[in-house]
Design a protein around this ligand. Sequence first.
Ligand SMILES: [Zn+2]
Ligand SMILES: [Zn+2]
Length: 137
Amino acid sequence: METPLDQYPPDWPEISRHIRFERAGGRCECRGECGHAHPGGRCNAPHGLLVYRNRPQPWLWQREPEEGFYPVRIILTTAHLDHNRQRNDDANLRALCQYCHLNHDRLHGAALRRQRAIEAGQLELDLPKSCRAMPGD
Ligand SMILES: [Zn+2]
Ligand SMILES: [Zn+2]
């Protein structure tokens, strides 16, 4: 029987700890996987610390409060780049802060859903009525 792709392996807590705290040094490893460009090339948001995110550009964060910024405590998570929880080699894993993880999922999820819909010939079902081809098209 095939293991479902969304199931974590039994040693996931140890794998995740190793990635987040040994390899990543407790900081977000995102280098644009979330779809945004981080200053210096890497997000680096520090696990467990309170930082301030820029409201219009929330991938930007700083340690000091400032007008237009909101406070958030960073939670580092471990993401699968290909969203396959059975592939736990280092190259497929990234320690990502919650912002980068969410946006990585969103990008990837949207892309996957679109591809599946196209393959299933159902893409138009996902579009609002006004976007569908007119009869006869
Ligand atoms: Zn991040
Ligand atoms: Zn990011």
